[in-house]
Each structure stands twice: as structure tokens, then as C-alpha cells.
Design a protein around this ligand. Structure first.
Ligand SMILES: [Zn+2]
Length: 188
């Protein structure tokens, strides 16, 4: 669903197909209504990324579609994240598989504020994508997770973006959990 269609569906707000304070607020509010929420799962946050894929959980929260629902600031953060990280990665490497975006159950992580996403680009080694992000995009934190140099398909990328904050923290972990090490680690 295009943003313009969502603005029409909700009503009472400007129908311009653009994100702004009014749309973030109105759509976050509409997500609290079960019938609207079901329709809005297919809302495109940006041209290639839907709300559904940014709140989907494969195993950590079975009823994610009713409970893992962002509020206004989290929705705004997710749109910023898609614009800043995922759309440029897709434009460079092709379709992205998001494995975990917003996670309401980890409030202390950037996933809990809608600022972080875990993903892969099928067919492209995660380290290759991570190097490009490191050298190109205004990320906040970039972590190459569970990367095994001998297996180019191993692991995943955690990337965060936050308006006005670019720490450019770059880490890797061979396991996908602490301890984390500086930089992206060995490539072979
Ligand atoms: Zn993550």
C-alpha cells in the first residue's frame, strides 16, 4: 500500500504521499485499531520496504502482527532507517532480506526504538555489504554478526541509523553475541 492510499484510508490528514509529523502520528494511532492495522501491514515505509517486514518476527514473538507495533517516534525512526540504510543497500546490491527490524521486547536496544535492522542480501557475502556500508552510508552503528570467513553466506548485518547521530561504530562478532570486537574482522 502506498503512503498516499494510507493517508486516504485514515482520513482527516493531508493526502500528499509524503511522510511528515502529521502522518507519523496519524498512522501510529491507526495501528492501534485492529482492522486498520491489518491493512496497514502492507504500507510501504519507503518504495521497497513495508511495515510488515520491519516488524515481522520469525520466532521471538509469535503474535508480532498485533503486539510488535511501533508508536509515532518508532515509526519515524523506521522510515529514516529504511531511507538511510536499506534503500541504498538495495539500490547497490539488489533485494534485501530483513530478518529483524523493530523489536518492542528489547527496549534498551536500538531495535526497540526502530533505529536498527538485521538483514542480508541473498547471494552477496555479508562482509562485502558491510564494507560498502562502512565506506558509503551515514550509519550510526554497523555490526557484522556471526561472520565466519570461510563461509561467505554466514551471519548477518546489524545496522543502525538515527537522525542527527552518526557514531560510525563498527564492530564484528564471530558468534552473533558479545563479546564484540572493533572493525569488521578478517575477510579470509
Ligand atoms: Zn540487530
Amino acid at each position: 500500500m502506498e503512503l498516499r492510499t494510507a493517508q486516504q484510508l485514515i482520513g482527516g490528514i493531508t493526502v500528499d504521499g509524503k511522510w511528515g509529523p502529521q502522518s507519523y502520528r496519524a498512522i501510529a494511532f491507526a495501528l492501534r485499531a485492529p482492522n486498520l492495522r491489518t491493512q496497514l501491514l502492507d504500507l510501504k515505509l519507503t518504495p521497497h520496504f513495508t511495515l510488515r517486514e520491519m516488524i515481522f518476527s520469525s520466532n521471538q514473538m509469535r503474535d508480532w502482527a498485533t503486539r510488535n507495533i511501533p508508536g509515532t517516534s518508532q515509526l519515524q525512526a523506521l522510515v529514516f532507517l529504511c531511507d538511510t540504510i536499506l534503500e541504498p543497500v538495495r539500490a547497490k546490491f539488489g533485494p534485501v532480506r530483513v530478518t529483524s527490524g523493530f523489536r518492542i521486547w528489547t527496549p534498551s536496544s536500538q531495535h526497540g526504538s526502530g533505529e536498527a535492522v538485521d538483514f542480508e542480501v541473498p547471494g552477496v557475502p555479508n562482509r562485502t555489504v558491510a564494507v560498502w556500508i562502512r565506506d558509503t552510508l551515514p550509519f550510526d552503528q554497523l555490526i557484522l554478526e556471526a561472520w565466519q570467513p570461510r563461509d561467505p553466506n554466514s551471519g548477518w548485518i546489524h545496522a543502525s541509523a538515527k537522525s542527527g547521530r552518526t557514531r560510525r561504530s563498527v564492530l564484528h562478532t564471530p558468534t552473533g553475541r558479545a563479546p564484540y570486537f572493533s572493525g569488521l574482522g578478517p575477510d579470509s
